[in-house]
Design a protein around this ligand. Structure first.
Ligand SMILES: *[C@@H]1O[C@H](CO)[C@@H](O)[C@H](O)[C@H]1NC(C)=O
Ligand SMILES: *[C@@H]1O[C@H](CO)[C@@H](O)[C@H](O)[C@H]1NC(C)=O
Ligand SMILES: *[C@@H]1O[C@H](CO)[C@@H](O)[C@H](O)[C@H]1NC(C)=O
Ligand SMILES: *[C@@H]1O[C@H](CO)[C@@H](O)[C@H](O)[C@H]1NC(C)=O
Ligand SMILES: *[C@@H]1O[C@H](CO)[C@@H](O)[C@H](O)[C@H]1NC(C)=O
Ligand SMILES: *[C@@H]1O[C@H](CO)[C@@H](O)[C@H](O)[C@H]1NC(C)=O
Ligand SMILES: *[C@@H]1O[C@H](CO)[C@@H](O)[C@H](O)[C@H]1NC(C)=O
Length: 821
């Protein structure tokens, strides 16, 4: 390698001997100098000079060696760039590691004078730049860059505080992609009360992970042990820190971005891209204290903010106007008399712990006793939820920043005044139920944990009897959550009876894989039975898929599965009955369309978006529906939408966001270009279908089969043309023309156009969609949509696709294609 010339000027300052442009140690006699010169660690990291983005400035930084997308993980002189010059990193006597600019000024330095006679700097293979004594072979560092993180947390780094030295390590974002100087956002492990990680914008809290509960962070119930990294919170007398370690060869890091997100990244070798594994905040409910003190945020609700049960808004006027900042107060104020008691609230993100107290060894009962004794103690919970729960966490004062989950949250006990009515049976009397677990395995994975029909009926009757009671203390029953997963198995005879032997009169419709019947159970409950056609071998997979998928889903905008029936060669799914059929029945019919005014349609759009958001993000499986269309949205008695038909759905682990398939299934007109053409599907393909659906709901026209006298565009293309010409309102269904919610309509069209953009990366996620629909902020300009002409790339080579299952409507057919690849 060629030697590097060092300006003569310096040679008087310190001696140098440079004969290579990649060194692994910087000593008094060996320095590195400008223009991309590199110091390299073993195999993972290297260090050198770089200019971020469009910046003219030069910085000394550390990045991954083998990842060609330059990813800087640490910057030495983040606040003091080298302007217009190269620099030299060297060790100056007696003990200063210094970055010097071309005129000899020290731009950045580390001073270890007095600690050693012979300091050297080395880049460790962990990405840690250390200064140590040349003869010290131990891990004793005089200085290390891991103690001064920038925006990136690497494995082995500690995010937190050392109580003995006072050293606090936290992440701080860059100012912008061009400027590594300290930006607005910090992410730290806050040791006040009981530790939790907090993302701040300046001094304002943005997001809180919630306290560590032994398993994970209370506010991240879906982050589970995974094959890529382990993580945890260490909390001793000496220090507290959050850390993680990689356990697979996969490269992963997380950082805090200049626009305020904490993102975990995974390097995906085949695509040569950093993919987001997890990003916080996830949704609006992650916004710190969004619903004020004693409020709870539930993303499935509209509005998302509510008061905890037994609490009421502090100021009804403000609350009614959507100002939740003052939160809620107790219906019955605490008076701290004898007889205060605790109400159990199920499945929550634990409130802010900065005003809390803890004890690791106490039991929950001791915890309650301690809390009762102190009048300012307002709530308690287990500190650690592993192994049935242990330890004690107490809160004082208002409970701030609670989020309610439909699953996986933690339980918290909140103090109630003695005069607050106590629900009957709250003291842990379990509802009796005889559960017969029956495991059936069909083919690969179909597991139907079930009750026999007899038990189910009995339970059902019992439930009806107790219905009122149960509703009263919804929040405090002790019923085991595991019950949720058990899927009742129906007896074939009962189904035959209920559907009048699948009589033609009871037939509701025909889907791709069989017919749907209406039925009445003996108890009078109405059901919808999806009966798989016997000869549909393909259908069996979809059936399994649907059962496994939907049995675990619970959301009010998803159709509810009541059970299944597998007997002989009959396979059936039993759903709650939706009296108002499906969305297409209304919106595409001139007469029935008038029954859906704008308020109802907007409610439907919002409902579908929340249902999808739940599938994509909030359910314990990440699910891509893959066949969202008007006929798969059912309407209940109040015209609330429920997404149905999970035959095509694919579920993913928390890490994956999409996949590639050679088997393309879906419906013309709703399929995104990347999926139809390349078989690449992701949550963004659902977003595309959602956009199409919204345009259909607004216009009352089908995307495919849309006819216009002036052009040959489909509905998406038509909407795009009108939008560009500022004539979006003309898209409106005739029956909506008199409506006075024009801004809501325009906004919905705008959001729909964002959803159908050509590039998946440009399309918003469902959480942004939900947010955009419900807020009034400015929206980005949509780019050109995908598939906006009638001619569908699929049609060009769809000769191989004629095995599509039969369906009642040609336009609505769900197709299966094998992509040649
Ligand atoms: C850096 O090196 C490139 C080519 O190696 C050269 O064109 C450029 O002028 C150098 N810049 C500085 C500041 O030395
Ligand atoms: C920066 O470099 C440019 C071009 O090399 C030169 O014209 C300019 O004077 C320099 N500015 C400073 C502050 O050195
Ligand atoms: C070196 O840094 C000093 C102090 O910041 C500055 O005055 C000088 O202009 C810099 N020299 C170059 C060549 O940038
Ligand atoms: C480095 O540290 C030593 C001892 O703490 C101090 O005497 C000296 O002035 C420092 N040097 C610089 C350049 O800050
Ligand atoms: C951070 O806070 C500042 C000051 O309150 C505000 O102007 C800015 O918009 C915030 N940044 C983000 C990304 O929200
Ligand atoms: C409630 O809030 C409104 C608006 O901020 C205010 O005018 C009113 O006085 C408040 N009412 C009470 C009881 O505090
Ligand atoms: C109640 O707890 C608070 C917070 O720990 C403490 O400051 C206060 O002294 C306690 N009061 C009593 C009566 O123990």
């Amino acid at each position: 390698m060629e030697g590097l010339k060092i300006p003569f000027l310096f040679s008087s300052l310190f001696s140098m001997l440079i004969n290579s442009n990649a060194v692994d140690t910087i000593t008094k006699t060996q320095s590195i100098t400008g223009n991309n010169t590199i110091i390299s660690s073993g195999g993972s990291f290297e260090m050198g000079f770089f200019s971020p983005g469009n910046s003219q400035n030069t910085y000394l930084g550390i990045w991954y060696k083998k990842i060609f997308v330059r990813t800087v993980v640490w910057v030495a002189n983040r606040e003091t760039p080298l302007v217009n010059s190269s620099g030299i990193l060297t060790v100056i006597d007696p003990g200063i590691l210094a970055l010097v600019n071309a005129t000899g000024s020290v731009i950045w330095s580390v001073n270890v004078t007095g600690s050693t006679q012979n300091p050297i700097a080395q880049l460790m293979d962990s990405g840690n730049l250390v200064v140590k004594d040349a003869n010290d072979k131990s891990e004793h560092f005089l200085w290390q860059s891991f103690d001064y993180p920038c925006d990136t947390h690497l494995p082995g780094m500690k995010l937190g505080k050392n109580f003995e030295t006072g050293l606090e390590r936290h992440l701080s974002s860059w100012k912008s992609s061009d400027d590594p100087a300290r930006g607005e956002f910090t992410y730290r492990c806050d040791p006040q009360g009981y530790p939790q990680n907090i993302l701040n914008n300046g001094s304002v809290e943005v997001f809180r992970t919630g306290p560590w509960n032994g398993l994970g962070f209370s506010g991240r119930p879906n982050l589970k042990p995974n094959p890529i990294y382990t993580y945890g919170l260490v909390y001793t007398k000496a220090e507290v820190y959050y850390h993680y370690e990689l356990i697979s060869p996969v490269v992963s890091r997380y950082d805090v971005s200049y626009d305020g997100f904490v993102k975990r990244w995974i390097w995906v070798d085949p695509t040569q891209k950093w993919e987001i594994y997890h990003s916080s905040p996830i949704d609006n409910c992650d916004t710190y204290a969004l619903c004020g003190p004693n409020g709870k945020c539930n993303i499935a609700n509209s509005p998302a903010c509510g008061c905890l049960s037994k609490f009421v808004p502090r100021n009804q006027t403000e609350w009614g106007n959507g100002d939740y900042s003052n939160g809620c107060v107790r219906r019955t104020p605490l008076d701290c008399h004898n007889g205060d008691w605790f109400l159990k609230y199920l499945r929550y993100k634990m409130p802010d712990t900065r005003n809390s107290w803890f004890d690791r060894s106490m039991t929950l009962m001791e915890c309650e006793t301690v809390c009762l004794k102190n009048c300012s103690c307002t709530a308690y919970a287990n500190l650690d939820i592993t192994g049935g729960g242990s330890g004690c966490l107490l809160w004082f004062g208002e409970l701030i920043d609670m989020k309610e989950y439909s699953e996986n949250g933690q339980d918290i006990y909140i103090r109630m005044a003695s005069s607050e009515s106590e629900p009957v049976g709250s003291n842990g009397k379990r509802r009796e139920s005889i559960i017969v677990g029956l495991t059936l395995t069909i083919g690969m994975l179909l597991i139907c944990l079930s009750l026999t029909l007899y038990v189910w009926r009995k339970k059902n009757r019992e439930q009806k009897r107790k219905g009122l009671l149960r509703q009263r203390y919804n929040d405090d029953t002790n019923e085991s959550q595991k019950e949720d997963l058990q899927l009742p198995l129906f007896d074939l005879a009962a189904i035959i009876n209920a559907t009048d032997n699948f009589s033609e009169n009871n037939k509701l419709g025909e889907g791709g894989f069989g017919s749907v019947y209406k039925g009445f159970l003996e108890e009078g409950q109405e059901i919808a039975v999806k009966r798989l056609s016997r000869n549909s071998r393909q259908g069996l997979d979809e059936f399994k898929n649907e059962v496994i998928c939907i049995a675990k889903l619970q959301h009010r905008n998803l159709v509810k599965l009541l059970g299944c029936c597998i007997q002989g060669d009959e396979t059936m799914l039993i759903y709650e009955y939706m009296p108002n059929k499906s969305l297409d029945f209304f919106i595409f019919d001139r007469t029935r369309g008038t029954l859906l005014d704008w308020t109802k349609r907007f409610n439907i759009i919002n409902g579908i978006s929340r249902g999808l958001l739940y599938l994509h993000q909030d359910s314990r499986l990440r699910i891509i529906h893959r066949d969202l269309k008007a006929s798969n949205v059912l309407l209940d008695v109040d015209m609330n939408p429920k997404i149905s038909d999970f035959g095509m759905a694919r579920s993913f682990g928390g890490n994956e966001t999409g996949a590639n398939t050679s088997k393309v299934v879906g419906t013309y007109g709703y399929m995104s270009p990347e999926y139809a053409v390349d078989g690449i599907f992701s949550v963004k393909s659902d977003v595309f279908s959602f956009g199409v659906l919204v345009l259909e709901i607004i216009s009352g026209k089908r995307n495919r089969g849309f006819i216009h006298s002036a052009h040959r565009l489909n509905l998406v293309g038509h909407a795009w043309t009108l939008y560009k010409e500022g004539r979006s309102l003309e898209l409106m269904d005739g029956s909506l023309r008199d409506s006075c919610y024009l801004s809501e309509m325009l906004r919905s069209i705008h959001v729909a156009l964002l959803c159908v953009q050509q590039c998946p990366e440009d399309r918003p996620s469902m959480s942004s969609v939900v947010l955009m629909l419900s807020s009034e902020g400015a929206l980005p300009q949509p780019k050109q949509p995908g598939f906006y002409t009638e001619r569908n790339p699929l049609e060009a080579d769809s000769s191989s696709s004629k095995d599509a299952p039969s369906s009642t409507s040609v336009n609505e057919i769900t197709i299966t294609l094998l992509n040649a690849r």
